[in-house]
Design a protein around this ligand. Structure first.
Ligand SMILES: Cc1cc2nc3c(=O)[nH]c(=O)nc-3n(C[C@H](O)[C@H](O)[C@H](O)COP(=O)(O)O)c2cc1C
Length: 202
């Protein structure tokens, strides 16, 4: 089943995506990134909440933003090792582009917040696939620092906004191999009137 060739170029794109943070210039330009992020807005969205917000960080603002990340890290842990700070400062300063994934949540909506969060995650996946389809690479990162007030201030997030993490974006500096994917046969089953068991759970 899993050895069948992809049936369309679009499916081939989906089946060949892998994350990479070995990224170099160029990042998508203004027109390209708007088109790529438009794929995020194709995510399923129960109740038309439209919870996706994307903040694009590029150019000289990367280093400014990296300092906000450092500030947030220190507020989480005043004893955070200098080495960890230096590494994260470097990553946020040097990635060709970073996209902050903001979840604009409506806690009072009848649509559960979890569904709203899942819509943002589904949008992020579409963005990763769109990046790959257009010859770019991406890597989704998160961190406990993302909920810090100083950081929220820097990005202008309101009380009902939360971060789902960041996408590092750029051009892969070498062909992306990615990790070996597990066999789909272990992760799917057909309901035949009895409980379904997965090889992956054994
Ligand atoms: C919400 C979310 C947050 C993540 N945060 C991190 C992170 O902070 N650091 C990290 O190394 N990988 C993180 N990952 C995993 C990577 O983005 C990536 O998926 C992983 O390296 C596997 O690569 P693949 O996408 O090719 O399977 C995160 C993934 C998700 C979905």
């Amino acid at each position: 089943m899993s050895s069948a060739p992809p049936s369309s170029p679009a499916l081939e794109v989906l089946l060949s995506r892998a994350s990479t943070d070995h990224l170099t210039a160029p990042a998508p330009d203004k027109v390209q990134i708007a088109r790529i992020l438009s794929a995020g807005l194709r995510a399923p969205d129960h109740g038309k909440i439209r919870p996706w917000r994307y903040i694009v960080i590029k150019g000289k603002h990367r280093a400014e933003f990296a300092e906000q990340v450092v500030k947030a890290m220190i507020s989480v842990d005043p004893e955070v090792p200098e080495k960890k700070i230096a590494k994260r400062r470097e990553r946020f300063s040097e990635m060709p582009m970073t996209i902050a994934l903001v979840m604009a949540l409506e806690p009072k909506s009848k649509i559960p917040v979890q569904e709203q969060e899942m819509s943002v995650a589904a949008g992020a996946m579409n963005v990763l696939n769109a990046l790959h389809a257009e010859g770019f690479g991406g890597f989704w990162v998160s961190g406990d620092f993302a909920d810090q007030p100083c950081f929220r201030e820097a990005l202008g997030l309101s009380e009902t906004h939360r971060l789902a993490g960041f996408l590092f974006v750029g051009t892969p500096d070498k062909p992306v191999e990615g990790s070996k994917r597990p066999d789909i046969d272990n992760f799917m089953g057909f309901y035949k009137g009895e409980p379904v068991k997965f090889e992956a759970d054994r």
